[in-house]
Design a protein around this ligand. Structure first.
Ligand code: HEM
Length: 410
């Protein structure tokens, strides 16, 4: 062991206090039943399923909202934080369903700003503002707050390690039949990716601690864990994004469109839920010091606005340490630490290459022209844009590769 640095970064305490059990998933399992009048909101979602795949949900939502109690607003203060999050998630889903009306999406939807039912829109904005989130859906509100598991108790703390393929399902589905099964799998894909991502956070934090203590053995152990953890996340995602699981022919027409938003708010196009908002990969980049340069790096930084404020603050605090692990490895780490660090960088590169290939295949779909509502940087109607996506991913792959230490030594 070298000289221990006198103080350890406070982010290590923040991690232990707030993120050690569930990472970027909610700290309590999503609440499924709301008190008093509020249950009407989540209850509405599954009743829309057949219309969402057919003539459209707008008349049904308007009619239901017109019968909601007038004082839904007044009682919000009586809800606890997890209940408010559950209500935010349900209102967000209803807003997205109203925004798109039906799948396949009508191209006209891209060029209108719908008149949302006032009571719904008001409730949604109040809850989004109170949570300091943009007024549209996100990975957190549409997916991470919308699952159930027989192995966790709604509203209670849980460990993300308990979640695995087979015990996580969508909580409030809005599609039925095969489209409903696909939607369920899509939610599972992200919830499980973030659950496995906790391994990335644990290893990244251990690496930071070791770097500050200048403890070479601990640094090697942490980098070995990080190497396994990144591969576990990537493998988990790739198990779902196989064409016979998440189906390429259905994904871009039936599954993905609901998650985009694409309305402009005070001059800014709001994205909706996107892979950019995956906490685990944002965190892995920071652990390895991958710069947020280039078009995708910039988009990744901008997408943090869609994360809840406590997660945003955690990433911002981590930003300040993004050179620490690599500096330890190159400064006083031995050749094993260097090899392990490079293995982690290579894991991120490989995940990005596989994501580029699989993502392109999903964006191409069945090769026919369909209306496509994607999210993030790719928001557009009707145009297959797998080439744009390839360019974007290539820029990020390049930035990742540049972190390799072996290349510095050549
Ligand atoms: C299978 C179909 C998929 C397609 C077509 C797709 C497409 C895209 C696109 C176009 C981007 C660029 C940013 C944007 O415009 O949103 C992106 C970024 C990203 N996606 Fe996906 N994605 C897919 C699946 C997934 C899954 C299942 C995950 C993880 C659970 C994921 C995680 C990410 C991440 C982390 C990024 C940020 C870029 C990076 O860090 O390398 N994607 N994806």
């Amino acid at each position: 062991m070298r000289h221990a640095s006198p103080t350890l970064p406070t982010i290590l305490d923040t991690f232990e206090r707030q993120f050690a059990r569930t990472g970027f998933l909610p700290p309590q399992a999503p609440v499924l039943t709301l008190p008093g009048p509020y249950q009407v909101v989540p209850d509405l979602i599954p009743t829309l399923a057949s219309a969402y795949g057919d003539t459209g949900v707008r008349p049904l939502i308007r009619e239901a909202v017109a019968s909601w109690p007038r004082d839904l607003h007044a009682g919000l203060a009586a809800l606890d934080a997890d209940q408010r999050d559950a209500l935010l998630s349900a209102t967000t889903i209803l807003m997205h369903l109203y925004r798109w009306n039906a799948v396949p999406v009508d191209p006209a939807r891209f060029h209108e700003h719908p008149e949302f039912p006032r009571a719904l829109a008001h409730l949604f904005r109040t809850l989004s503002d109170a949570r300091d989130l943009p007024p549209c859906g996100s990975l957190y509100t549409l997916k991470y707050l919308n699952w159930r598991s027989p192995d966790v108790t709604p509203g209670e703390p849980y460990d993300a390690d308990t979640l695995h393929a087979g015990n996580v399902r969508i909580a409030h589905p809005w599609q039925e039949g095969v489209a409903g099964e696909q939607l369920d799998l899509w939610i599972q894909t992200f919830v499980l990716a973030e659950a496995r991502g906790l391994g990335v956070l644990r290893a990244g934090m251990a690496a930071l601690r070791a770097a500050h203590k200048q403890d070479c053995a601990a640094l090697e152990a942490a980098l070995e864990d990080l190497h396994h953890a990144i591969r576990t996340v990537a493998r988990g995602i790739n198990v779902y994004t196989r064409f016979h699981v998440i189906r390429t022919d259905l994904w871009r027409v039936h599954t993905q469109p609901t998650f985009g938003w694409g309305l402009t708010e005070q001059g800014r196009l709001l994205e909706g839920a996107s892979g950019l908002q995956l906490g685990a990969t944002q965190f892995a980049d920071l652990a390895l010091g991958v710069p947020f340069s280039g078009p995708l790096g910039g988009a990744l930084l901008a997408s943090r606005a869609y994360l809840p404020p406590e997660q945003r603050a955690f990433l911002t605090a981590w930003d300040g340490h993004r050179r620490d692990v690599r500096a330890g490895v190159t400064g006083w780490g031995g050749s094993r630490a260097r090899d392990l660090f490079d293995a982690c960088v290579q894991d991120m590169e490989r995940w990005r290459v596989s994501h580029r290939e699989r993502g392109s295949a999903y964006l191409r779909g069945d090769g026919r022209a369909h209306v496509m509502a994607s999210t993030g940087t790719q928001f557009s109607a009707g145009t297959p844009h797998d080439q744009d996506f390839r360019h974007l991913m290539n820029s990020r792959i390049h930035d990742t590769r540049r972190q390799r230490i072996a290349d510095d030594l050549l």
